[in-house]
Design a protein around this ligand. Structure first.
Ligand code: PFF
Length: 446
């Protein structure tokens, strides 16, 4: 990222860009399956509380650093630290963020590739008249075919890196403008359909009536990790976007708007998916395949089902695309900050992510039983440790930097709110977000 930066065209464009980063697989694929594995309503409640207490304030911290620094993450942190009389070593936080998104993008691209496969299958009418069992078996067979997974992973990564190579702001604005309303509308339709299924009542009580008896430290840790993941906070990725933020915009309003939209997308997806899960007598803890199996079943019951299913996978693909572009941006910005050309940086990032992604693609077949750490295979590792541990840890350090290291006037200006708004934000970050993240991380790790 050069020092004469491009800017988002308008306030709305900035909000849409951050929404594009936030809304993705996290809401529609990851939320239902992680909630499913962690007991449902109690998980949901804790995750929403974390979005409010940690996600929004830390998102503000992260974006304001980018906005005040107006550079790629490493360079912004380094400059602001020196300005504040602190150590330049803060810049390593930018590198840690880049490492985090590196791990995340590697599995994200593989799973987004599943959407490509399902888009093509639904256009072909492959799900027409298929029973739930057949759809489930088809998904298993697909996972067991690494060649197909790798093909789709490559295609998706190529789509992503082409946009990144061209520079982020231009293409993204128009895409988001169209995509978000369409995706939202379709999820509303699906949730509407869910009300007509036998599973709707069970889904509602499973999602909204918490039983705290089953809450363990690990459930709390997953809920925290998911709050960071779904908002795209903690990896300096939004910091990279903050650098393009218009001067006159209020940050708290933008952060709050994005978070509300993000939660509501997850809830709509959750209602739609769990209604089908219960109507079909499936297990909510069925893991990463949950969405890919339930939604084809749901749509097959609707008039024009194959058509709507294709539209859904197309929108999902576009939503994950905008998130993946955000995941790639901090890595490219970091290499560019080291003096590399944007095209070279993009190519190096693409190749490295592709290689690591191969391990995830093989984790469903050849490498399924290769478990290098904690008894988990590569896909299970990269899809859990970076979201659950690295993002909160990065978020914690970002919060410390913004709330303890940066000088008051600079933060007031970058937040775009008055003194009282600043004091409120700072108190929440200093006395709630930072200690809470620390305690949950420590509790979860022990
Ligand atoms: N928020 C994205 C999603 O919910 O799919 C994932 C993500 C994007 C995580 C960017 C982290 C990040 F830096």
């Amino acid at each position: 990222m050069s020092e004469t930066l491009e800017r988002w065209g308008s306030k709305r464009a900035f909000i849409l860009a951050v929404t594009g980063a936030a809304v993705g697989l996290g809401n529609i694929w990851r939320f239902p399956y992680v909630a499913g594995e962690n007991g449902g309503a109690a998980f949901l409640l804790i995750y929403v509380a974390f979005v409010l207490l940690l996600g929004i304030p830390v998102m503000m911290a992260e974006i304001l650093i980018g906005r005040a620094g107006r550079r790629g993450p490493m360079q912004a942190l380094s400059k602001l630290a020196v300005d504040a009389g602190a150590s330049r070593h803060w810049r390593w936080l930018g590198l840690f963020g880049a490492f985090t998104v590196f791990c995340i993008l590697s599995f994200y691209s593989v799973v987004s590739g599943w959407s490509i496969e399902f888009l093509v299958a639904s256009i072909n009418g492959d799900f027409d008249g298929a029973s739930a069992a057949e759809i489930g078996a088809g998904f298993e067979a697909f996972l067991a075919n690494p060649g197909l997974l790798i093909f789709n992973h490559s295609l998706f990564l190529f789509m992503t890196m082409t946009v990144v190579a061209a520079g982020v702001a231009k293409g993204l604005e128009r895409l988001n403008n169209l995509l978000m309303p369409l995706l939202y509308g379709l999820l509303l339709l699906l949730a509407g359909y869910a009300t007509t299924t036998d599973g709707f009542g069970t889904a509602l009580s499973w999602l909204f009536l918490p039983s705290f008896g089953d809450v363990t430290a690990s459930v709390v840790l997953h809920a925290m990790g998911h709050a960071f993941f779904t908002l795209a906070v903690g990896a300096c990725a939004l910091m990279a976007y903050g650098a393009y933020m218009p001067d006159e915009q209020s940050l708290p309003k933008a952060a709050f708007a994005v978070a509300m939209l993000d939660i509501s997308v997850a809830l709509l997806a959750g209602i739609a998916i769990f209604s089908v899960v219960f109507a079909q007598g499936m297990d909510p803890a069925d893991g990463p395949g949950l969405m890919f199996v339930t939604l084809p079943i749901a749509f097959s019951e609707l008039p024009w089902g194959a058509f709507w299913l294709s539209v859904f996978f197309l929108l999902l693909l576009l939503a994950t695309w905008t998130s993946a572009i955000n995941l790639a941006e901090p890595m490219v910005a970091t290499l560019q900050g080291l003096g590399w050309r944007r095209s070279v940086s993009t190519a190096v990032v693409a190749l490295s992510v592709w290689l690591l992604g191969l391990l995830s693609a093989f984790s469903f077949s050849t490498l399924a039983d290769v478990r290098p750490l904690f008894g988990r295979n590569v896909f299970e590792l990269v899809s859990s440790i970076p979201p659950d541990i690295f993002l909160p840890l990065g978020g914690l350090l970002i919060a410390v930097f913004a709330a303890w290291v940066m000088p008051r006037e600079q933060v007031v200006q970058a937040l775009g709110v008055g003194e009282s708004g600043y004091v409120l934000w700072r108190n929440i970050v200093r006395w709630v977000s930072i200690p809470l993240t620390f305690i949950v991380l420590l509790g979860g790790l022990l």
